[in-house]
Design a binder for this molecule. Structure first.
Ligand code: ATP
Ligand code: BTN
Length: 245
């Protein structure tokens, strides 16, 4: 497939860059990579610590023919693509945390940020961003305010970031096509296999509210299934965070 790929040594945010290009004709699967981000973002305006030359910051443009409804589950599909790539390239199996985190040995290895533009029923645009820790410099680690890990701490082989990026792009492309053709239904079993909290007690933080329950995985729309006193509720994302207890 004819990817357009740009690699920057320095950028504010690979997601912001592709979002700014959207008024132009964008080609499906266009990728932006950077060695350094001066304003790497997580969800809700949080910072993504993005030191130079040792990590992966990747964004891909993805056109949604069906409008924003097609965006449901994009972060889950992307998480599976990261899982595929890390498995294929490093022989490491990651853990997935709904809706947008990738863990390894119980701490955060990578994060996913989806930016959207458009309307419910009209063709829309999405930018899918992946931040993957490959070799975190000690200095930068100090500014991360939660536990984290990187691939280097889990393997003896030297990771070639170019090769891993190529794998990541190809896995993401494959998963996005699978999602466009048949939705999430064919991916639920895989998700459940790697789900860090499946059948475990969790708390769900929604603004000021905390709901306790047992995680029962996801449904084919990408909603979290939370068992609260025997009644299973579907939680459709948004500004929510899941925590183990
Ligand atoms: P949740 O999605 O459950 O709220 P979260 O606390 O991980 O999860 P996110 O917005 O998804 O929040 O991610 C941003 C957070 O990730 C930052 O607030 C910071 O704690 C952490 N973080 C920032 N940079 C890195 C990095 N390079 N590696 C790992 N973690 C990081
Ligand atoms: C999160 O865990 O909240 C998501 C972190 C996403 C970070 C990536 S790095 C590439 C892309 N550009 C950004 O500014 N953010 C994403």
């Amino acid at each position: 497939n004819p990817h357009l790929l740009e690699v920057h040594s320095l950028i504010d945010s690979t997601n912001d860059h592709l979002m700014r290009l959207i008024p132009e004709r964008m080609s499906q699967g266009r990728v932006c990579l950077a060695e350094y981000q001066s304003a790497g973002r997580g969800r809700r305006g949080r910072q993504w610590v993005s030191p130079f030359g040792s990590q992966i910051y990747l964004s891909m443009y993805w056109y949604l023919e069906q409008g924003l409804a097609g965006a449901m589950g994009l972060s889950l599909v992307t998480a599976l693509a990261v899982s595929d790539a890390v498995k294929n390239y490093c022989d490491i199996q990651v853990e997935l945390k709904w809706p947008n985190d990738i863990y390894l040995s119980g701490v955060k290895l990578a994060g996913i940020l989806i930016d959207l533009e458009g309307q419910a029923l009209e063709p829309s645009h999405s930018v899918i961003g992946i931040g993957l820790n490959v070799n975190m410099p000690e200095e930068s680690a100090k500014s991360i305010d939660q536990q984290w890990t990187d691939l280097k701490s889990h393997t003896n082989i030297t990771i070639d970031r170019d090769g891993l990026c190529a794998e990541l792009i190809s896995c993401l492309w494959e998963r996005l096509l699978q999602h466009r053709e048949s939705g999430l239904s064919g991916m639920l079993d895989e998700w459940h296999k790697y789900d860090i909290y499946l059948n475990k007690p969790v708390k769900l933080l929604t603004g000021e509210r905390t709901t306790h329950g047992i995680c029962r995985g996801i449904n084919n729309q990408g909603a979290l299934l939370l068992d609260v006193d025997g009644y299973v509720k579907a939680i459709y994302g948004g500004e929510v965070s899941l925590r183990g207890i």
